[in-house]
Design a protein around this ligand. Structure first.
Ligand code: ZN
Ligand code: ZN
Length: 144
């Protein structure tokens, strides 16, 4: 698969309609785990934002209480590694919306343990500090 085809595949994966329990908006993030360096062997997992079990969305701007899709993605991968179900593999993250500053920090913190290699996003976020932070941290970031 060429990189052009890969990016088109990411766009398609991100364009599946999703609904979250968040009353403000739905965002999605997919993880692409590279096994053996071939796309035919990758594991694709999909995550959406929303309230954690037993919690709810407060519908407040900037603080609705929901977990972000990227937070769920990273937590799920970390939990798998900690539980011994998976070894870290090179991981790409693709998001419908550019990561916020908090998620950018989390991505940089987990970059080495989870071997996060690239971050792709479909739409810009009104606050571009997350993207700036990732770039400053040396992460490959690309709008698709
Ligand atoms: Zn919410
Ligand atoms: Zn975020």
């Amino acid at each position: 698969m060429t990189s052009t085809e890969y990016l088109e595949t990411l766009r398609q994966e991100l364009s599946h309609p999703a609904t979250s329990g968040c009353r403000r908006k739905t965002t999605a993030a997919i993880s692409i785990s590279w096994r053996g360096g071939r796309y035919s062997e990758v594991g694709v997992e999909r995550f959406v934002n929303g309230p954690l079990e037993g919690a709810w969305c407060d519908d407040a701007v900037g603080a609705c209480g929901c977990a972000h899709a990227e937070q769920r993605l990273i937590a799920a991968h970390l939990a798998n590694v900690v539980a011994g179900h998976a070894r870290p593999e090179a991981l790409d993250i693709a998001c419908t919306l550019a990561p916020c500053v908090s998620c950018a920090n989390l991505i940089l913190l987990m970059r080495e343990p989870l071997i996060i290699t690239r971050v792709f996003y479909l739409r810009s976020y009104h606050d571009n500090r997350g993207i700036a932070l990732l770039r400053r941290g040396g992460m490959h970031v690309e709008a698709i």
